[in-house]
Each structure stands twice: as C-alpha cells, then as structure tokens.
Design a protein around this ligand. Sequence first.
Ligand SMILES: [Ca+2]
Length: 289
Amino acid sequence: MNLQHEAISGSTYSERRYGLNFGWTFAFFLSFVYIGGAGCVPEAPTRTEPPAAEEEQGYVEYGYTVVAEYPHDTDAFTQGLEFHDGYLYEGTGLRGRSSLRKVDLYTGEVLQYHALDNRYFGEGITIFDDRIYQLTWTSNTGFVYDLESFELLDTFSYPTEGWGLTQDGERLIMSDGTDQLYFLNPYTYERIGSIHVHDDYGPVDKINELEFIDGKVYANIWKQDLLVIINPESGQVVGKVHLDGLLTPRERLRVDVLNGIAWDEIEERLFVTGKLWPKLFKIQLVELD
Ligand SMILES: [Ca+2]
C-alpha cells in the first residue's frame, strides 16, 4: 500500500463511520418524535439491529504453510500460471523471452514451448474449451492457441494493458494493472462486464495474475507478497493471503516479484511462484486469528 492509498483509505473510512453515526442519531431522534406524538409515556426506543459493521467491513486474513516445493525455471518471468489435466501451463514475459509453456510439475521440465515474436511482452494465460488464451502487456493483442498443439488459432484485441487472465467456466476474467477486472466473452472477446476491486478502505489496484477458485477470484498484487480474494459479483475483497517468506533472503536477491497462482481443482492443490523464482510452492492457507 502506498501513501496515497493510505490517505484515500483513511478519508473513506472516516466518512463511512461518521455517516453511520449521523444516521443512527437521526433514527433515535425520530423514534422520540413518534412516541411523543402518540401521547404515550416515553419508553426506551426500540432499536433495530445495529449497523452490520462486520459485514460491511472486514476480510479474512490468511497465512500459509508450504506443503511441497518443486523446481521452477529461473529464466521464466512468470506472468500467467494455470494447472490443467495434470500439467502446469505457464506464460512468460519480457521482450525476446516471452513464451507459452507446458511444464511438468514435479521436475520443472518444459515439455512444450512456443516463443512469442520479439515485439510482444507476454502476460496472463488461461485455458477454456481446449484453447489457451494469452495476453500481451502493451500491444492490445491477445492470442488463442490450440491446447494440444499450441497452434495459433486466433488473435483478439482489447483497449487496455493486459496483465492477468483467468476464467470462471463461462467468461474470461482479465486484469490490467488497475483496480478493475473485466469479463470477456471467450468466443467473441467482447467485454461483457467489469468490477472495481475494493476493500474496506478503498480501491485495491495493481491487480496482477489471477486464478478462479471455488467461486472467488484470487489475485496477486504487483510488488507485494500478497494475494487478495475477490467476490467476482461485487469486487469486494473478502480475504487477504500474506505470503511473505516463501523464498530465503538469499534466493530473493536474484529474483523478481511473486506472481503466479494455479489451482488443481481435481486434487484441490494450490500452487504459487514468482518471476524468475527457483521454486514453485504447493501451499495451504491458514486462517490467522
Ligand atoms: Ca493463474
């Protein structure tokens, strides 16, 4: 969180608090007016339920335990990560080094590889209906490949930068580095909706790599060891996962940021890694007190 974000957050929170207080004071006043008008002995006003502070605010905070570690290619500037039918699929970035890969989870071996043209900086990937979709950062161009052959089937365009990509079984969901998530028709690529991601304190931006897990969107926040868990209907952050300490300080010196979430829905395994990281981790979330 930067200073500007904190400043905005504090303002929003204060306004909300004062708004609620004023509302309840006003309701309390009105209840006396009503009782007085009826000619009854004033009684203590009957209060309805208090403001649902816990519902309006709050998200669940998680830490993690590492269940397993696997090798990860330290040349892979991870921008997209997905698990499908027993294999990892990875999209990597940097101009001249951008690629789409099929990877063996246990050995880290790259089983299939497609290099992007040097002018493209690869970004998020997702798999839908036996097709792999891949975004590019600033070229406003997405690629669609055959899942098996990696043959290029189609291209599509979008007006924003391309960052993260996932799908919810019906729609593609993409991020662009802001606080917005966009929903796309996977066949026409038309934008069919969007949400603003926010927590109790205001907008949550720099939304990066994505994964759709059990009805929620999990997202990396760029340059933070943090995942947020997003309600895709409202954009509300309902959980935060603190992932500090996955790498040792020594390993950390040679790598870029945490980025990459993959979910094996068959065996319910959650994987995370980062750009140029030497390891990919299978983790389990632990709810914090
Ligand atoms: Ca992912």
